[in-house]
Design a protein around this ligand. Sequence first.
Ligand code: AMP
Length: 300
Amino acid sequence: MIIFKHAADLSAYLERQRAAGNRIGFVPTMGALHEGHISLISISKGNENENLTVCSIFINPTQFNDPADFQKYPVSIEKDIAMLEKAGTDVLFLPEVSEMYPGGTTGLEHYDLGALETVLEGKYRPGHFQGVCQVMQRLLSAVRPDDLYMGAKDYQQCQVVYRLTQLMGLDIGLLACPIVREPDGLAKSSRNVRLDPDQRSRATAIYKALNTIKAGWPALIGHTAAGEPKPIPPADWSAAVDKLTSKATGILESAGFRVDYVAIADERTLQPYDPGSDHHALALIAAVMGEVRLIDNMFL
Ligand code: AMP
């Protein structure tokens, strides 16, 4: 695995690879790697069209709306490098903050993200997605990948980055890869190491809450014999949705979570799901255990 610390060196190397006809798959991360991240590397490596898999590790200060979260973000760079080597990663980009933001981290670009910026994560983490775009614009410009591999755990982030690729006029394939979970269902996350053993065992309530919504969903949406959606009248609909999301909220609160949101949303717009829609519905949760904020989602 070749490690680059400077964007110019990385770009020059990848330019030579492209000129030789090689396609590039890219996995951006903030490090503290786990099997969820490695699954993205493996999916890129397993894609026979990809010749080179590039990973980046950069804890991006501009996407942390909570300074304490940034300060406490776990770092395990030597272990990360060993994991990436083992997974067969070709290139690691490991820049310093001054490399990514030579002019500092204030007064940066602003992106028009539409309603994505004000719903769910956008609402609870003001400025977060602007920071995600600021770093992703720099990473995408340096790597210029053919395909970008991201985790569906951060579902809204996938949509934001897709929007960024459109704003940048890039022709990149964005693959939202399946959520990798612990055996008890908790989605793997770099932040899980900050949970103490008791919090860690109670954190499975997120998976239980998502499964409760999924189990209650068929009765709510209704189906005809032919499997066609049979929408419930809107008045009953919102009351029925509230009942189901309240049940999930109860599961989370009983486990000691402070709930930011439990939502049932349209897979494309992330707005509250309209039962007349032919899009899929998605349950999304954000909740805080102690000082650790966790997110997860599940297609219904
Ligand atoms: P992060 O280091 O948290 O910024 O995550 C880097 C990438 O890994 C993002 O695209 C995440 O969505 C993805 N990722 C994080 N956790 C998981 C997981 N449990 N399963 C699949 N992908 C994940």
